[in-house]
Design a binder for this molecule. Structure first.
Ligand SMILES: C[S@@+](CC[C@H](N)C(=O)[O-])C[C@H]1O[C@@H](n2cnc3c(N)ncnc32)[C@H](O)[C@@H]1O
Length: 211
């Protein structure tokens, strides 16, 4: 690992998204750069683009979150869950992840970074029982929308939202998911493109309300 991995390439965006918690974001990025590959959390090709492709692309959705309780499904390395917990200390996060090694990583990072707004729950989304239900749910790189909606929508209270990070095919995924969108009573389904003028790689989000 070279030191330039740890220098954010878009410092003004990073400062805007993390505010006075930018040092926590730097520490998390450092830890991920040092341990991520050996723990199987990120591939070796991801190191040079940790900030652009992973940290900032996760943090850019922070303004979409409401104060309340947000679940991040399949957090893995902590993307976007831990990044959002750093950017939004006013929001409580439940990171839901089935793999033991990843759960251990998530808990160790929450402890080391002093993220008191994070709880880590081991399990598959379709098996966990949450009470009360969540205000919002996030997920990144877990599965196609038509299978992700049945995993995530039941965890969200009426009036709550799904905020699902997606790739360039987001609009096509929404079309392919029409049946489950109806089945799970989702309304106001929209594809948001974030970071067009600020990030080197935009982030797409499918946002929907659970009715
Ligand atoms: C490709 S990784 C993505 C991890 C992280 N969100 C990211 O963007 O780097 C998918 C993650 O989803 C988790 N996962 C798969 N099926 C799941 C389920 N049914 N419920 C919760 N997590 C799940 C996996 O264990 C894995 O950590």
């Amino acid at each position: 690992m070279t030191d330039d991995v740890l220098v954010e390439p878009e410092p003004s965006v990073a400062a805007e998204l993390f505010g006075d918690r930018i040092d926590l974001a730097r520490r998390f990025t450092h830890n991920l750069a040092v341990h991520g590959e050996e723990l199987g959390l990120i591939g070796p090709l991801e190191l040079p683009r940790l900030w652009t492709r992973h940290i900032l692309n996760s943090a850019i959705i922070a303004p979409l979150l409401r104060p309340g309780r947000v679940g991040d499904i399949g957090s893995g390395a902590g993307l976007p869950g831990l990044v959002l917990a750093i950017a939004r200390p006013d929001v409580d996060f439940v990171l839901i992840e089935p793999m033991e090694r990843r759960v251990a990583w998530l808990q160790s990072q929450a402890d080391e970074l002093g993220l008191v707004n994070v709880a880590v729950l081991r399990g598959r989304a379709e098996e966990v029982r949450l009470s009360p239900l969540l205000d919002q749910v996030t997920a990144r790189a877990v599965s196609a929308l038509r299978t992700l909606i049945p995993l995530t929508a039941p965890l969200v209270k009426t009036g709550g939202q799904l905020v699902l990070m997606k790739g360039a095919g987001a609009a096509a995924e929404v079309e392919a998911a029409a049946k489950v969108i109806r089945k799970f009573h989702l309304t106001d389904v929209e594809v948001l493109v974030l970071g067009e003028n600020t990030l080197s790689e935009v982030t797409r989000v499918v946002r929907a309300t659970v009715d």
